[in-house]
Design a protein around this ligand. Structure first.
Ligand code: N15
Length: 350
C-alpha cells in the first residue's frame, strides 16, 4: 500500500528543508494544548493522554501529571501537585548543550530542588513558520508518557510569548555519536551493551504501540553511568503507519519499506537497530554511499558487506535484522536471546 504522497511527517533536518504547510491551525501558544480555558493557560508540566487509536489524532485534552510516581526528592516539583506552573524564573541557565533548527538546548538547574535538567528552547515563530506545531505536540504527547531507563525523560514544558520550553532529562555523558567518532568504532562488548539497552527500550516502546523510526547515533545520549538514552522522538508515530517522510537528510537508517513508501509498522525499528549495530561495530552505516540514489539502491537490495573484523556472531544478528521483508526480521525478544548478546553481555552492565 502506498503512502499518501504529500503527507509530510517532519521537515528535513538541517538546512534547506522545504516549507511545510501545516494542516492544523497554528496554536503553538498553548502547546501542548490541554483544557485551555484562557488563551495562555496551557499548563506547564502537564501532559496529554496518549491516544493510541490514531497516529494523527488531535490530542485528547486529558490532564495527566507530568511527573508522577517514582520520583521523590531530586526531581523538579510536580506542578499539578503544587498548583504552580513552570516558568523560566524557576531555572538557572547554564551552558548550551546543543543547537537545533528551532532553538537550543541548555544545561539548567531548577532553583528550588537544584535538580539539573536539559532545557530545550524552541522559538514559536520558527515552529509556526515551518508548520511543525502539530508534530511537536505529538512528540510531547508520546515522549511524556514513556518511562524507561533508556529513554530520555521529558519532565514537563512551559512557554512564554515567544518560546516553548521543554524540560528534558540531562544526560551527563553527552552524545553517543561523539563517542563513536572518537573511538572510530566500538568493541563488540561495548556495542552489545548498547544494543541490549536499545532493544529493551524499543521493546517497551513497541508495547505501547510507539514506533520510533529515527534511531541513529545522533539521537542517542549517555547517562552518568554511560548508559544509553534514546533522546529524540522526532519521527515517532503510533503503529501501523503509512506516514511518509520527506526523504531529505540521510537515508542511511531508513528501511526499504519506508523509502519505498509502503505501509510500515514497528518492524522499521528492527531494521534501524541492525543499521545501528553495524555502525557501532564498523564506524559507518552499512549502506553508506556517495549519493542518495546509490544509498537508496543499496538499501532496497540489502547490499550488506562486512569488514573482516566483524565476528560471525555479530554478522548473524545484523543479517537477521536487516531483512528486506519486515516479517522476516528477528524479533526484539529474540535479539535479546541472541548468542552475540548473551555471550558478550557482562552481567554487571545489563
Ligand atoms: C518534542 C519533545 C517531546 C521531544 C523531546 N526530545 C527532544 O527534544 C529531543 N532532544 C533532546 N532535543 C534535544 C535533546 C537533548 C537533551 C540534547 C542534549 C542533551 C539532552 N539532555 N542532555 C543533553 C546533553 N548532555 C550533554 C553532556 C555533554 C555534552 C552535551 C550534552 N548534551
Amino acid at each position: 500500500m502506498a503512502a499518501e504522497p504529500g503527507r509530510v511527517l517532519k521537515p528535513c533536518n538541517g538546512a534547506g528543508g522545504p516549507h511545510i504547510t501545516s494542516a492544523v491551525k497554528p496554536r503553538v501558544a498553548g502547546l501542548p494544548v490541554k483544557e485551555r480555558t484562557s488563551t495562555q493557560s496551557a499548563e506547564p508540566g502537564r501532559v496529554l493522554k496518549t491516544s493510541e487509536s490514531s497516529e494523527d489524532s488531535d490530542l485528547t485534552p486529558t490532564a495527566k501529571p507530568g511527573m508522577e510516581e517514582e520520583h521523590a526528592s531530586a526531581k523538579p516539583r510536580e506542578p499539578t501537585v503544587t498548583g504552580q506552573k513552570w516558568s523560566l524564573q524557576d531555572f538557572d541557565i547554564g551552558r548550551p548543550l546543543g543547537k537545533g533548527k528551532f532553538g537550543n538546548v541548555y544545561l539548567a538547574r531548577e532553583k528550588s530542588t537544584k535538580y539539573v535538567v536539559a532545557l530545550k528552547v524552541l522559538f514559536k515563530s520558527q515552529l509556526q513558520k515551518a508548520g511543525v506545531e502539530h508534530q511537536l505536540r505529538r512528540e510531547v504527547e508520546i515522549q511524556s508518557h514513556l518511562r524507561h531507563p533508556h529513554i530520555l525523560r521529558l519532565f514537563g514544558y512551559f512557554h512564554d510569548k515567544t518560546r516553548v520550553y521543554l524540560i528534558l532529562e540531562y544526560a551527563p555523558k553527552g552524545e553517543l555519536y561523539k563517542e563513536l567518532t572518537k573511538n572510530t568504532r566500538f568493541e563488540e562488548k561495548r556495542a552489545v551493551v548498547y544494543i541490549n539497552q536499545l532493544a529493551s527500550a524499543l521493546q517497551y516502546c513497541h508495547s505501547k504501540k510507539v514506533i520510533h523510526r529515527d534511531i541513529k547515533p545522533e539521537n542517542l545520549l549517555l547517562g552518568h553511568t554511560g548508559d544509553l538514552k534514546i533522546a529524540d522522538f522526532g519521527w515517532s508515530v503510533h503503529a501501523p503507519s503509512s506516514r511518509r517522510t520527506t526523504l531529505c537528510g540521510t537515508l542511511d537508517y531508513l528501511p526499504p519499506e519506508m523509502i519505498e513508501g509502503s505501509l510500515h509498522d514497528e518492524k522499521v525499528d528492527l531494521w534501524s537497530l541492525g543499521v545501528l549495530c553495524y555502525e557501532f561495530l564498523v564506524g559507518k552505516p552499512p549502506f553508506e554511499a556517495a549519493s542518495h540514489e546509490e544509498t537508496y539502491r543499496r538499501i532496497t537490495r540489502v547490499d550488506l558487506r562486512f569488514p573482516s573484523y566483524v565476528s560471525n556472531s555479530a554478522r548473524s544478528l545484523i543479517s537477521m535484522l536487516l531483512k528486506h521483508d519486515p516479517n522476516q526480521r528477528i524479533s526484539l525478544d529474540k535479539v535479546l536471546e541472541h548468542p552475540w548478546i548473551k555471550d558478550n553481555l557482562n552481567p554487571t552492565t545489563s
